[in-house]
Design a protein around this ligand. Sequence first.
Ligand code: ADP
Ligand code: MG
Length: 238
Amino acid sequence: MAEAADTLRLEGVRKSYNTGTALETEVLHGIDLRLARGEFAALIGPSGSGKSTLLNVIGLLDPPNAGSLFIEGEEAGRLDDAQTTRLRGRAIGFVFQYHYLLPAFSALENVMMPVLAARGRPDDEMRATAAALLDKVGLTRWRDQKTSKLSGGQQQRVAVARALAMKPALVLADEPTGNLDTKSADGVFEVLRKVNRDSGTTFLIVTHDPRLAQRCDRIVELVDGRIVSDRPNSPASG
Ligand code: ADP
Ligand code: MG
């Protein structure tokens, strides 16, 4: 399959809200986008330009009204609901601005949650994989801590580890550092970068922070539901 080299491909994707009503508005006006395996791309643009809508469409949370979407060569529009859910679970990891962790559970349990949901019962291998992910995000010492006791930056790093639990090909992050101070934001961003370098995971990261966008390999800019610029970027080292 030739297209399997791309983690993601969008062709002419359109998205409207309130379709079929007087309030119908088209928010995405024909998006073409390809992300090759291992890309580390920023998605920037003004508030209301459609960044979250685009991430939801790419993340198979909300179907497009027109156009086609391929995840690892698989055309999402051809799948039924169960197949869509399976593809999402297998191929895509999400990191949101708010972490949505379960506060009463430990960091380790939170990271195990997606695998638990898919496989039914915890086992040693699942625990070991989750522990390794927490090592990777620098939280070895906080493994058994309830997430309500962690700092904002630590919580977001748990959320990153959880997003990686199913070994996704693609991680979609919607302002993952939006609630964090500069230092914690840098820490979380470094973790994303490291995962990208070590595992070849493809990233699409929405950010308002030009400093962080400059640390990506590619910057895609959305304005009023259209990609107005898409350029390679050489991240400043450090
Ligand atoms: P961004 O993430 O770039 O700030 P969004 O994708 O959230 O932009 O929103 C793009 C546009 O779509 C905005 O005008 C917003 O009001 C509208 N919009 C977003 N979600 C919905 C929805 N569920 N129903 C109707 N309009 C929506
Ligand atoms: Mg948004």
